[in-house]
Write a protein that binds this ligand. Structure first.
Ligand SMILES: Nc1ncnc2c1ncn2[C@@H]1O[C@H](COP(=O)(O)OP(=O)(O)O)[C@@H](O)[C@H]1O
Ligand SMILES: Cc1cn([C@H]2C[C@H](O)[C@@H](COP(=O)(O)O)O2)c(=O)[nH]c1=O
Ligand SMILES: [Zn+2]
Length: 192
């Protein structure tokens, strides 16, 4: 039976790497995975999922206006799809998470979503909120803070390396802008 999975973590935990490994596993069995990533995340060039260890694959892009059920229905009609892999799934809307549940329940295609649970303020992203609510399986991918504890928070830094408390939820960036830390060090960085 097809299921929806939400693989969540802080940044730098290997989400994109794990997604690319899953895609490779499907392909080596002669199956057809489809990868999506957020159009707004253009760090490594549009239409690509890249991991920091150098693996990369082409991806379909999604933005907030896309009907992901309709797109998957069309693709699956043209050629049978065995699995849908979504990177940066924190940027999905509530409606799109619902559409992906329809991909699982009506098209019977497994959907594996990879993304952040919370933003730099410790608030849930919209996509993550509904994946936490509706996915069949929740899987935490772990990375560690500089102190050795599990890093479950992400700090956004200004140009001088100081933690920022306010700002837009979405700001694309990498190690220059964000650091994954444990909750204790997150609070300390924000002097709470
Ligand atoms: N050259 C490397 N060799 C091995 N591991 C690496 C290398 N570069 C980065 N990594 C590790 O890869 C992980 C980040 O992978 P990535 O899939 O991009 O993460 P995420 O999508 O969760 O942000 C980190 O744990 C990082 O330490
Ligand atoms: C914490 C946080 C992150 N983002 C952005 C920064 C990156 O572009 C992505 C996450 O990338 P990953 O390495 O693949 O996990 O999300 C953001 O927009 N707002 C935030 O609060
Ligand atoms: Zn720590």
């Amino acid at each position: 039976m097809a299921q929806m999975y939400f693989y969540y973590s802080a940044m730098n935990a290997g989400k994109s790497t794990t997604l690319l490994q899953s895609s490779f596993n499907y392909r080596e069995r002669g199956m057809t995975p489809v990868i999506f990533t957020a159009a707004i995340d253009d760090r490594y060039g549009k239409g690509k999922v890249s991991s920091r260890i150098g693996l990369q694959e082409e991806a379909e892009l999604f933005n907030v206006n896309d009907d992901l059920y309709a797109r998957m229905q069309d693709m699956n009609t043209a050629k049978k799809v065995d699995c849908v892999l979504i990177d940066e799934c924190q940027f999905l809307t509530k409606e799109q998470v619902y559409q992906l549940t329809e991909v699982v329940d009506k098209l019977h295609i497994p959907v594996l979503c990879y993304g952040l649970r919370s933003d730099f303020r410790g608030e849930l992203f919209e996509g993550s909120r509904y994946l936490l609510a509706w996915a069949d399986k929740l899987v935490e991918l772990k990375t560690i803070c500089h102190c050795g504890r599990k890093a479950n928070m992400v700090i956004r830094q200004d140009a001088s390396g100081k933690a920022i408390a306010d700002g837009d939820q979405v700001e694309i960036g990498g190690n220059d802008r964000y650091v994954s830390v444990c909750r204790k060090h997150y609070k300390e960085a924000l002097e709470r």
